[in-house]
Ligand binder design. Structure first.
Ligand code: NIG
Ligand code: FE
Length: 451
């Protein structure tokens, strides 16, 4: 969709006279920020996830401009109109680039210590993710890293990662624990997430993922770990009000459907909202469980079938897709992203940033791969990475689109239109980032590629 602007080219005004002692008849409103000078502004619209054909209906305003005040968007419109209405204390010049909403990364595991490049190499040699996990690598090797690290070390690493997210245009991240797997270490990670939220601009949505794996000390008595989750960890997490969501890795080698149901039901009783790692490595019915329990999202879904898709659609669960993960794991099967949109679902997109199955923080890269692998249009991919992702986090009323009343979270791309976002690979196109009306990243112009 394209809005035309009404531009008035009247006869030139007579030379200005000075009315030094008169108050202006129509005073301009003074605002915090005006973002102007863009070739294009592109945004999905609305206060809820957009599914089916609506996912590809993007508002595209050539020369679009944004006025922000008090951290909120006051108006989106043409530069001529907004500069007539507002006097801005500060101006961000988009220099012929494109303005889009800040990315919302709906699925990340950013609190870990140590990396797992040797596992990446093992997979290129033919070993599978599950084989590596069963041999004591995988998530458990990151658990060792977290347990051996001090709070200061974990916080310092997390802050570096959050800065990278921001530079890549991510203004909100969902952040899971899941590398502590003890009462003490899971709560420690949640506290560090809360601390980090107050130290830098990226908004963090904290998720408790104590059911990510069975820790080594419970491997021979898995039922006891489920009891620990249900009777100690979850009540303490809820008591401290330190997590918004509870997630789980529902998969045949970790938490089966019955244990997943029990853990998630308990979390829900305690007031946590739900999201699930579902049908990632095999078809287990995780999607149906997400629907049954009223989860906000079901994530991964590489092995989902038609019945699972129907269940998600009927229950209004947002599928959160991670297009780089099967590539990174060298898995044949990927989520049926195109079929989901065609079935009316409203998928969100995410990096799944973590040290094992996807060491990637770039949402621009995720958008390109959503286009290449799921055959999403640039408009659909942008909607998945902004509004639908915000909806999966219960924040579509405040985040995910550029509209009056929402948070002024936006990015300026050094690309001449939103289609370049999926078209160009491997370079960070983000020139500036605005979070809650404040310019928090300003990168030197790189010049336009091919323009
Ligand atoms: O989303 N599937 C489970 N969790 C992560 C992987 C975590 C890890 O390997 O450290 C995922 O792929
Ligand atoms: Fe994950």
């Amino acid at each position: 969709m394209c809005l035309g602007f009404s531009l008035y080219f009247g006869t030139p005004l007579p030379p200005q006279r000075e009315f030094r002692y008169l108050a202006p008849i129509n005073p301009m409103q003074t605002i915090d920020l005006l973002v102007r000078g863009a070739a294009e502004l592109a945004t999905p619209l609305g206060l809820e996830a957009r599914g089916g054909a609506r996912m590809g209906e993007l508002e595209v305003l050539p020369g679009g401009c944004v006025a922000a005040d008090g951290g909120k968007i006051l108006a989106v419109g043409s530069e001529a109109e907004l500069t007539r209405r507002f006097h801005a204390r500060s101006v961000l010049d988009a220099q012929g680039g494109t303005i889009v909403p800040g990315f919302v990364d709906a699925h990340t595991h950013p609190i870990f210590a140590g990396t797992r490049e040797q596992e990446f190499e093992l997979r290129t040699q033919g070993r599978s993710y599950v084989e590596i996990a069963l041999a004591g690598g995988g998530i458990l090797s990151s658990v060792r890293g977290v347990r051996e690290s001090s709070d200061e070390e974990l916080l310092a690493r997390l802050l570096v990662r959050l800065e990278r997210f921001l530079e890549l245009g991510t203004t909100t991240v969902e952040a899971k624990t899941g590398y502590g797997l003890s009462v003490k270490d899971e709560l420690r990670c949640l506290r560090i997430l809360r601390q980090a939220a107050g130290l830098q601009p990226v908004e963090i949505v904290p998720t408790f993922l104590g059911a990510h794996e069975y820790p080594a000390e419970y491997r021979e008595r898995k039922a006891d770990y489920v009891e620990l989750l249900v009777q100690e960890m979850l009540p303490e997490v809820a008591r401290q009000g330190i997590a918004e969501y509870c997630d789980i890795f529902t998969e045949s080698h970790v938490f089966n459907l019955e244990d997943s149901r029990r853990i998630l039901q308990r979390a829900r009783e305690l007031g946590l909202r739900l999201r699930l790692h579902a049908d990632q490595l095999s078809l287990l019915g995780g999607a149906q469980l997400a629907a049954e329990l009223g989860a906000d999202s079901a994530d991964h879904l590489e092995h989902i079938d038609r019945a699972g898709m129907d269940a998600l659609a009927a229950a209004g669960v947002v599928p959160v897709l991670c297009p780089l993960v099967p590539i990174y794991l060298r898995q044949e099967r990927e989520a049926p992203g195109r079929a989901m949109v065609d079935a009316g679902l409203a998928p969100a997109l995410s990096t799944d940033f973590n040290p094992g199955s996807c060491y990637l923080q770039s949402m621009p890269e995720v958008l390109s791969f959503a286009a290449l692998r799921y055959r999403m249009s640039a408009a659909e991919a942008l909607c998945g990475a902004t509004l639908n992702a915000a909806a999966s986090l219960g924040r579509a009323d405040r985040l995910g689109s550029l509209e009056a009343g929402k948070d002024a979270d936006l990015i300026v791309l050094d690309q001449p239109n939103h289609r370049h976002l999926v078209y160009e690979l491997g370079r960070n196109p983000v020139r500036a980032v605005v979070k809650r009306g404040r310019v928090v990243v300003r990168r030197a112009p790189a010049g336009f590629n091919g323009v």
